[in-house]
Design a protein around this ligand. Structure first.
Ligand code: PEP
Length: 250
């Protein structure tokens, strides 16, 4: 199972390094890395520190975004090639906060996925619907469109993409879809990929995952892990989530 912590734009001073040390200590204590993949996604500024702290432990590091190009005149941006050099193996791409605050389109996100794959970075592609799209019943179409854009552009390599289903209305709100609903969407994503000829893709769930609800979410057979925002910033909560995963070896 994948346990991904999206630290977003949080933490000043030694916060990220202290958090990384605590995650490492607890992950090793619980032996979680023997059967699960733990990925920390700190702000870009602290990627190197987190990589250094976790080196050799099995804990992986991911970026929260990449640019579509490998290098060039793109002030303020960071490329997949650069994060690879810094020690990342993963990058979150297409998070709803990037789609909303940076006007990222499905086409742009497909290019970012391609940039990741060019640099041997595994993209963690976020898809999901707004509350209005869920209410109107069109959410599976929205998710299919988000995925199809990426599959079309990355016909040969889409297999390496990890998908995270993140209903936008569940992110940071404390609201989580019922387990059968999560299963419905994650199964839909698996089926969509299989019908395009890809097998063995991983589908995560993200959106208000916490120590209380993670056991049920991790028990859904179509879900291959969790992407966690708020609770990944709190050592106690993140430790509980890792602990829960240790009892769910599959
Ligand atoms: C996220 O933003 O990716 C996320 C899952 O956030 P939270 O866990 O805080 O809802």
């Amino acid at each position: 199972m994948y346990l991904v912590g999206n630290w977003k734009m949080n933490g000043q001073g030694a916060f990220a390094t202290e958090l990384a040390r605590a995650v490492l200590r607890e992950a090793v204590r619980m032996n979680v890395l023997e059967s699960h993949t733990v990925i920390c996604c700190p702000p870009a500024l602290w990627i190197r520190d987190v990589v250094q702290i976790c080196a050799g432990s099995g804990i992986a590091c991911g970026a929260q975004d990449v640019h579509t190009h490998d290098s060039g005149a793109f002030t303020g941006n960071i490329s997949a090639a650069m994060i690879k050099t810094a020690g990342c193996d993963y990058a979150i791409v297409g998070h709803s906060e990037r789609r909303k605050y940076h006007a990222e389109t499905d086409e742009l996100i497909a290019q970012k996925v391609a940039a990741c794959l060019r640099s041997d970075i595994i993209p963690i592609l976020c898809v999901g619907e707004t509350q209005a799209q869920r209410d109107s019943g069109e959410y599976l179409d929205i998710i299919a469109a988000q995925l199809t854009a990426v599959m079309k552009k990355n016909t040969e390599l889409s297999q390496k993409v990890i998908i995270s289903y993140e209903p936008i209305w569940a992110i940071g709100t404390g609201r989580v879809p019922a387990a059968p609903e999560i299963d419905k969407v994650s199964s839909f994503i698996h089926t969509l990929y299989q019908s395009a000829g890809f097998t063995d893709i991983s589908v995560l769930y993200g959106g208000s995952v916490n120590p209380k609800n993670c056991a049920e979410i991790m028990s859904i057979s179509s879900v291959n892990g969790v992407l966690v925002g708020g609770a990944s910033l709190d050592v106690e909560q993140w430790t509980d989530i890792m602990q829960t995963a240790t009892s769910k070896i599959r």
